[in-house]
Design a binder for this molecule. Structure first.
Ligand code: SAM
Ligand code: DTB
Ligand code: SF4
Length: 319
């Protein structure tokens, strides 16, 4: 899916400035033009390598530089990952996302992760991995192993990025996204709302995503999970309506993408999540855990979807 048009910062800020109901109406119109409004895609996450990451992302409990209370864990064996994937499929997830706290994976990591990807794909699930920076060869290897999606977030605007991460540049992120795209993988790229960024940063971040040579197929919008021990633990609450505005503007500017209501749902009411679906979110992380923090349990999510008359998207894997 190529870029539909080029967006300017002024246009994106104009969307954010619309009266809330006008913005949601426009987002619903775009949503209904391009997507089945009754369907929500379910992705389950698993942390396959946890903690001790050398990067200094201020939001992340897995950075070696922050004092969070997570337990570090080396790269899991293939069979253990497969057990989690089977359980996720049985619970109704169609995509299995394997996350590793790497700056970038080593050769032996790619070999084992390639085996995980092939095995999960054989279950009939879509596969996604997020492993940090990749070289073009590594992206190609993962593609050959059967990887469908690679998640690599831009997180925020280029201008605000330096206040959140100093151990890599925005251009490093863009380079990996190019390697992923060139390998023929689907791109999953989104960001975080609630790190102290301005509305302008949110608008600029979405302009960057929307103006990529090809828009990402999947766009996770996370609300910051304020984990004790991380530098952002004390950040102020986001206005929930501003969070919904970000989802709506993403839906309008990225009309064909799956927009995922991602981290932060444990702190959201059912009503706020319903507004996010109205604003055009059509995917969630599904399962009791994200990577290291909690997520609503499966029963609560199934009940919520049923109360809203929303259906889990049918199995999309066999392609
Ligand atoms: N290390 C790899 C990387 O950074 O690309 C992959 C794993 S990393 C945990 C994946 C994404 O999780 C980050 O890009 C960030 O958007 C999101 N994330 C991490 N900690 C978060 C938090 N506390 N709240 C919300 N999102 C978070
Ligand atoms: C994404 O955008 N959000 C997910 C996934 N991609 C890898 C991760 C959220 C992590 C939240 C904090 C944690 O559980 O460690
Ligand atoms: Fe490491 Fe990824 Fe966490 Fe940054 S977000 S500290 S790169 S695991």
């Amino acid at each position: 899916m190529s870029s539909v048009r080029t967006w300017t910062l002024g246009e994106a800020e104009g969307l954010f400035a619309l009266p809330f109901n006008d913005l949601l109406f426009q987002a619903q119109q775009v949503h209904r033009t391009h997507h089945d409004p009754g369907s929500v895609q379910l992705s389950t996450l698993l942390s396959i390598k946890t903690g001790a990451c050398p990067e200094d992302c201020a939001y992340c409990p897995q950075s070696v530089r922050h004092q969070s209370s997570i337990e570090n864990e080396a790269l899991l064996p293939v069979e253990e990952v497969l057990e989690h994937a089977r359980a996720a499929k049985a619970a109704g997830a169609t995509r299995f996302c394997m996350g590793a706290a790497f700056r970038s994976p080593k050769r032996k990591d790619i070999e084992r992760i390639g085996a995980m990807v092939s095995a999960v794909r054989e279950l009939g699930m879509e596969t996604c991995a997020t492993l940090g920076m990749l070289t073009p060869d590594q992206a190609q290897e993962l593609k050959s192993a059967g990887l469908d999606y690679y998640n690599h977030n831009l997180d925020t605007s280029e201008e605000f990025y330096d206040e959140i991460i100093t151990t890599r540049t925005y251009q490093d992120r863009l380079d990996t996204l190019t390697a992923v795209r060139d390998a023929g993988l689907h791109v999953c790229c989104g960001g975080i709302v609630g790190m102290g960024e301005s509305q302008r940063d949110r608008a600029q971040f979405l302009v960057t995503l929307a103006n990529l040579p090809q828009q990402p197929e999947s766009v996770p919008i996370n609300q910051l999970v304020r984990v004790p021990g991380t530098p952002l633990a004390g950040t102020e609450d986001v206005d929930p309506f501003d969070f919904i505005r970000t989802i709506a503007v993403a839906r309008i500017m990225l009309p064909h993408s799956q927009v995922r209501l991602s981290a932060g749902r444990s702190e959201m009411s059912d009503e706020l999540q319903a507004l996010a679906f109205l604003a055009g979110a059509n995917s969630i992380f599904y399962g009791d855990k994200l990577l290291t923090t909690g997520n609503p349990d499966v029963t609560r999510d199934r009940t919520l979807l049923a109360r809203l008359g929303l259906r889990p998207a049918a199995d999309a894997a066999a392609n």
